[in-house]
Design a protein around this ligand. Structure first.
Ligand code: TXA
Ligand code: MG
Length: 380
């Protein structure tokens, strides 16, 4: 086990964790971040026990899931949750998702399991679905951002599940990015944001889905989607006859606050100024090229997000294809990587084609709209 990795021997050494503390505040300022590698076919239980010990001792470990990388800490330890907020630079009113590996673990952290939750768990767990339920006293308010409800997810990724078991069964994990940056879909981006802030990164290669889990609130009279993801409304409605949607998901002008606290922040934002252009294909291409010329004359570095079919028609400094419209899963998987690459290449102005907001396309457009601060131009 593990022999297939040429450089694996070095990971077998015991973890050396060096922490520095700020003299006045006592806060942790720098950590040696150890990176270990394993994928679902090569699980190294010894290394995962070490990762689990870090969590049990109150430290932080980033790990792969099928959606995006998570930044894990002990969900039942208030100090660990505080550390997560600090490492991410995240406002502490934005609650964390508690990750479990086995259904038996659910009872202890929730007040009750309603029949809808049982049905959804049977249909979609383990997998990319998060359920909001009433929390039990075991879950500290530090983890739930002061709420009486708790978000719970059981990932399907084998490394994630073995790691959660090794860590004691309850791992609080937001996406492993600094607050406001796109969620990481490869370990390289976790390291970019978290190096020196957390004790360990488990590099499990590329994630499968690339967008965060669907969140469904089961503490309200009608189950409600608070964040769209790979599990779509239609899929949920095959299990529960009726599912509502938070009306703020696709609109900036609803005048209401999103029901998932984290959705109110301008997440997933690239550093460049992003605008979405929607309309008929040829008209969109023509409009974007006009804007690109204007920005070029103003001395700006420009970028475009198009598709395999259209990308060759744009005259930007950096052109990126999100994939094929007929295979929306490929677009979901590429989106965050593309947004980060525009940052790496210091692109200042970005135009993106719009995507069909049905199925997983809704999750793609929800994230893209947030990245663009809801700036959309419709070409008639
Ligand atoms: O796919 C995922 O869900 C990833 C991976 C790592 O599992 N995690 C993730 O976590 O996306 P995070 O923290 O980036 O997003 C969690 C979202 C936030 O928008 C937060 O406000 C919402 O879930 N949330 C958590 N607890 C909640 C609660 N009790 N009520 C309403 N929203 C909640
Ligand atoms: Mg996040």
């Amino acid at each position: 086990m593990g022999d297939s990795f040429g450089d694996f021997a070095i990971f077998k050494q015991p973890a050396i964790i060096r922490l520095s503390y700020h003299k006045r505040t006592g806060k942790c300022v720098s950590v040696d971040t150890k990176v270990i590698r394993m994928d679902e076919q090569h699980i190294d239980r010894e290394m995962l026990l070490e990762a689990g010990d870090i969590i049990k001792a109150g430290g932080l470990v980033a790990f792969p899931t099928e959606t995006v990388y998570g930044l894990g800490g002990d969900a039942l330890n208030p100090a660990s949750s505080r550390k997560i907020y600090e490492a991410k630079g995240r406002p502490s009113d934005n609650p964390l998702i508690v990750h479990i590996a086995d259904l038996e673990a659910l009872d202890a952290i929730v007040r009750e399991v309603p029949p809808e939750a049982e049905k959804l768990a049977e249909a979609f767990w383990p997998g990319p679905l998060t359920m909001i339920l009433h929390k039990s006293d075991l879950v500290p308010y530090e983890t739930t951002g002061g709420l009486d409800t708790v978000a719970v997810r059981m990932p399907v990724h084998k490394v994630a599940r073995e790691f959660i078991r090794a860590a004691g069964g309850y791992v609080a994990a937001p996406s492993a990015n600094r607050s406001g940056r796109p969620s990481p879909t490869v370990a390289k981006y976790v390291a970019e944001d978290m190096d020196g802030r957390i004790e360990m990164i488990i590099d499990g290669g590329d994630v499968e889905i690339g967008l965060e889990s669907t969140i469904v609130d089961l503490t309200v009279p009608e189950p409600m989607i608070l964040r769209p993801g790979y599990i779509t409304k239609k899929m949920l409605e095959e299990v529960l006859s009726r599912v509502e949607e938070d009306c703020t998901l696709m609109r900036a002008d609803s005048g209401q606050a999103p029901k998932a606290p984290g959705m109110k922040y301008r997440h997933y934002a690239p550093k460049g100024d992003l605008t979405i252009i929607s309309g008929a294909e040829e008209a969109v291409i023509e409009y974007i090229n006009e804007q690109l010329e204007r920005q070029r004359l103003a001395g700006k570095k420009t970028g475009v997000i198009g598709t395999d079919k259209t990308i060759g028609k744009y005259h930007a400094d950096v052109c990126k294809s999100a994939g094929n419209r007929e295979k929306e899963n490929t677009i979901a998987k590429e989106l965050y990587r593309i947004l980060r690459e525009f940052d790496d290449e210091s692109v200042e102005v970005i135009y993106s084609e719009a995507f069909d907001a049905s199925g997983i396309g809704q999750a793609i457009m929800n994230r893209l709209l947030k990245a663009a601060g809801h700036k959309v131009i419709e070409i008639k």
